[in-house]
Design a protein around this ligand. Structure first.
Ligand code: GLC
Length: 644
């Protein structure tokens, strides 16, 4: 029987008495403290060997206890419900949507009025982009936070956020919000006090008196925004030093080697959890720990830090889930879902960046060889972890094609990445795309891509057969994403095939950052056409709503079943098999504009008695030669036909 140390239990019991908590409520907390003590202590001891880890853990338990006692009854109820359905995020009914409150609905209150629209699309998970108070002027889309306990004044108040979370929950939608951990705005109180000379706050940041150490780090550090924010350090006259600024010069990286920084975020996690946020998105989590001689990404300490925050949340607010935003190479990605000592102790969700990149790569090249090789070669997904499957988000698309994967299929990674960037910028001969280049790095030749899904797929302005093909690509690309087995997340406006915002540079502070081209304000006139099947908006919206409905009806798409890429297929076909105990499934996708063959044997081997394409609602029967022929850009989800 695991039991937390007696001094910790006594301190918890004293808090419970002070608060007059019922015996039942107190017992529920003590069970968690007992259960999670080790998960809290072990990473603290590893992270801070010079600190009294026991005292630190006891302090965090105390903070969690206070938050538990403040947590609303409805949220405690939610925690119980989640405990009874630990796979809630893995169920096929989950569909996500991501938006800025102001660009989608004006304000937080405005968003309350749009919940029905989300439900029509089948949404159960809403990633609300940064809504906490950011610095004035350019603030990286809200990712330069000036106050973690206030809402952006133009969006509403903390009470509005609480009300929104409650309204969403009553409609079966979980609120997802960012936890921006790597940096704060230069205007945040900690940075202000650091500049005012307070030693405690100076130690919250990485500050260097001269260039000696920064120059050593720079030798192995990549640049995130080489175009508008080159270098990773910024001289600050008031501070009298070089401060670490991975992103923009007004986003100051925090020093997570300082346990006081961790303590601050323990409180912030608890605050957001008690507002009713159900999933915390760990922004830029890969960058938290710095180590000389490395890229300062994906350091093992990052997983210990996540484990501490996650464990504190489990004690106070056990239903809250964590999502890692680690847009990193395929081999570094899986640990964010918990491997080794971190199994089941870190994030529940992580972005499937590789799937995203390979979907675009397959569409541009009409070739599946590289995708099959790279995706089949990924390490196994931890069974408790779930992928966020997406075609794009608010960020640019970085062409994370692994050099080794490319070489193994006879391609140059560098050339293929350049091909993709040019294809999606519409400058490669034959391209149907209409995106933009982002952060062209003259030194490394690296370039990334901005653009809405509709623009990248060539839907905007297309007519006749070009428009039909573009719509077919739209359906296909989303079918791959909805059919992988994680949570598909749609970026606002894509459901209406919204093109790039031509006026993106006109808003003050946005002019240098063309990611705003693909963060359009939702056009509600356009949205009104979603019910008209004669319009592009109607066709796009209905095809996503249809995918969500079919997905929800297929237990085969439960995220716990691993997705296995069929290695040996026609070069224009991508196929994924899934073997969930409730039944097998094969997703077959033709990424070309020709008819392509797929061997029926793959379906037969899965022993389906009555194979059925759940997307097209038709039986699946091979030609006499055992071949299934897929029409251009066809997407089939083959399952055993359910009994009528
Ligand atoms: C994440 C966000 C991105 C932001 C960066 C810095 O990657 O998605 O938009 O620029 O973090 O916060």
């Amino acid at each position: 029987m695991i039991r937390a140390p007696e001094d910790v239990r006594r301190a918890v019991a004293a808090r419970l008495r002070e608060a007059g908590a019922s015996a039942e409520h107190g017992r529920a907390l003590l069970v968690r403290v007992d259960r999670f003590w080790d998960d809290l202590l072990a990473p603290l001891a590893r992270l801070y060997p010079d600190t009294d880890a026991h005292a630190l853990a006891a302090d965090f338990v105390d903070r969690a206890t206070l938050a538990y006692l403040e947590r609303g009854d409805d949220l405690h109820l939610l925690d119980y419900r989640r405990a009874l359905t630990p796979d809630w995020l893995q169920q096929p009914g989950q569909v996500g949507y991501a938006c800025y409150a102001d660009r989608f609905a004006g304000t937080l209150q405005g968003l309350v009025g749009k919940v029905d629209y989300l439900s029509e699309l089948g949404v159960t998970y809403l990633h609300l982009m940064p809504a906490l108070k950011a610095r004035d002027g350019d603030n990286d889309g809200g990712y330069a936070i000036a106050d973690y306990r206030q809402i952006r004044p133009d969006l509403g108040t903390v009470e509005d956020l609480r009300h929104l979370a409650t309204t969403l929950r009553l409609s079966g939608i979980s609120l997802v919000m960012d936890l921006v951990l790597n940096h704060v705005a230069r205007e945040h109180e900690w940075a202000v006090r650091a500049r005012a000379g307070e030693e405690r706050y100076r130690a919250y940041f990485h500050v260097f008196a001269d260039r000696e150490i920064p120059d050593q780090y720079e030798q192995t550090l990549p640049e995130v925004f080489p175009d508008f924010a080159p270098g990773n350090f910024t001289w600050d006259g008031e501070l009298g030093g070089w401060v670490w600024t991975t992103f923009n010069e007004w986003q100051w990286d925090l020093n997570w080697a300082n346990p006081q920084v961790l303590g601050e975020f323990v409180d912030i996690v608890l605050f957001l959890a008690n507002l009713g946020v159900e999933v915390l998105r760990l922004d830029a989590i890969a960058f938290l720990w710095k180590r000389l001689g490395t890229t300062c990404q994906n350091q093992p300490e990052v997983h210990d830090l996540t484990q501490v925050l996650r464990t504190v949340a489990r004690i106070a607010a056990s239903g809250v889930a964590f999502k890692a935003e680690a847009i990193v190479g395929p081999r570094d990605l899986v640990p964010y879902l918990g491997v080794g000592r971190h199994v089941g102790r870190v994030s529940d969700l992580a972005y499937h960046n590789s799937l995203m990149v390979h979907v675009w790569s397959m569409l541009a090249s009409g070739e599946t060889r590289l995708a099959r090789h790279a995706l089949a070669g990924l390490p196994p997904t931890p069974p408790l972890g779930t992928w966020i499957c997406y075609l794009r988000c608010h960020d640019d698309i970085g062409w994370a094609i692994d050099d080794r994967d490319a070489a193994e299929v006879g391609l140059s990674g560098f050339e293929h990445r350049r091909f993709l960037a040019r294809w999606y910028a519409g400058t490669f001969p034959g391209s149907w795309a209409d995106g933009l280049l982002f952060q062209v790095n003259e030194e490394t030749g690296d370039m990334r891509t901005s653009g809405t899904t509709a623009s990248l797929l060539g839907m905007a302005g297309a007519s006749g057969s070009a428009a039909e093909q573009a719509l077919a690509r739209f359906r296909l690309a989303h079918a791959m994403v909805y059919g992988w087995g994680g949570i598909p997340v749609i970026w606002s406006g894509d459901e209406l095939a919204t093109p790039n915002d031509p006026h993106w540079a006109e808003e003050p502070g946005h002019e240098d950052d063309n990611r705003w081209a693909h963060r359009p304000r939702l056009d509600w006139d356009r949205a009104a056409r979603r019910t008209d099947p004669g319009t592009l908006e109607g066709q796009a919206f209905e095809s996503l709503a249809h995918l969500a409905r079919v997905r929800a009806s297929l237990p085969e798409l439960h995220a716990q079943a691993p997705a296995q890429v069929v290695r040996d297929t026609d070069n224009g076909i991508f196929a994924v098999t899934r073997t969930h105990p409730s039944g097998p499934m094969v997703g077959v996708y033709n990424v070309t504009s020709d008819w392509r063959p797929f061997p029926y044997a793959v379906v037969a081997d899965l022993r389906m008695s009555s194979p059925w394409n759940a997307l097209g609602s038709h039986p699946v029967t091979p030609e006499a030669d055992g071949i299934l022929w897929l029409a251009p850009y066809a997407a089939w989800w083959i399952v055993d036909r359910p009994e009528e």
